[in-house]
Design a binder for this molecule. Sequence first.
Ligand SMILES: Cc1cc2nc3c(=O)[nH]c(=O)nc-3n(C[C@H](O)[C@H](O)[C@H](O)COP(=O)(O)OP(=O)(O)OC[C@H]3O[C@@H](n4cnc5c(N)ncnc54)[C@H](O)[C@@H]3O)c2cc1C
Length: 299
Amino acid sequence: MKRPYRLFDVTLLHSARLSPSLCRFTFGGADVVNMRTCAPDQRIKVFFPDAAGKPPSLSPDTWLADYQAMRSADRPPRRTYTIRGLRSSDCEVDIDFVLHGSTGPASRWALSAVPGDKLQIVAPDATYAGDPGGYEWRPPAQLDRLLLLADETALPAVAGILEDLACTARPPTTLVHLEVPTVGDCLALPTWPSLRLHWAVREGSPCAVGDFLIDAARTAEAIPSVRTSSAGASLADVDVDRTILWETQAPPQDGGFYAWVAAEAGAVKNIRRLLLEERGLPRSATNLMGYWRLGQVRD
Ligand SMILES: Cc1cc2nc3c(=O)[nH]c(=O)nc-3n(C[C@H](O)[C@H](O)[C@H](O)COP(=O)(O)OP(=O)(O)OC[C@H]3O[C@@H](n4cnc5c(N)ncnc54)[C@H](O)[C@@H]3O)c2cc1C
């Protein structure tokens, strides 16, 4: 039976520094011709070299069972990333990495990567006929107003979302708040007359990770006044140190408004309360995703 995902052997072809904190890595591999991406936030799993520097070497045929059978100490480190660009006919895939130091296997690899490095990626299989999932950007067919809140780890997805929308006949009225480490990380992004884009830079400010996004959720005047009956209703707590904050919705039927929020999980927890509880945004149109957790390792 066909599986929606498969394991791809890839080799680093080249890299390009996009900004002080972001680097684009372009990988190649004969099998990438069979890789598929369904949305600008298509997530994939990347396997990295182990602590001794040994590249991952799972078998493309039996990787899942083999991985599950391994002792956790023997498993190759695995992290979640976004397909930033896929040129399957050229057998090339781009992934933008945040360079946040050498504290984790992914960022450590990114800091010292050289062409020829071998990694493995689990990604959708183009030969699978159904919807493989692994993406949350599912706006309504009739999208009028859009809110995007993201930090640097979700900047690759946001850039792809804006690129897609910029090509549509009538892009929605859009409010974007992006928080990044340094002023050099404010990349050029597509724009249109009804788009308002705000960058916030942490460097040189006393603010903690996510504070600017929390503030935007609290104060942004352009958040639509679509208060629902859930406004003011209290939300169940989410313990972001024990679980992954991931509250995503099917495409809203009623159209109109859509919100896509991805950032550090503690920040998203606060944003969730502000947007749903205080500002009464419709839960059915609000995707809230903790992309990483400060101080924790998330595999
Ligand atoms: C759906 C999804 C898509 C994602 N797409 C991307 C992407 O395209 N590009 C990208 O760079 N990241 C992306 N991420 C985030 C990425 O998975 C995490 O940042 C991951 O923790 C990085 O692994 P690591 O090995 O570098 O650090 P880990 O071993 O996971 O963590 C080590 C330490 O580093 C800290 N840390 C982790 N990430 C960061 C960070 N960004 N800044 C500062 N400290 C950090 C942790 O809190 C921990 O203390 C995505 C996450 C999800 C869930």
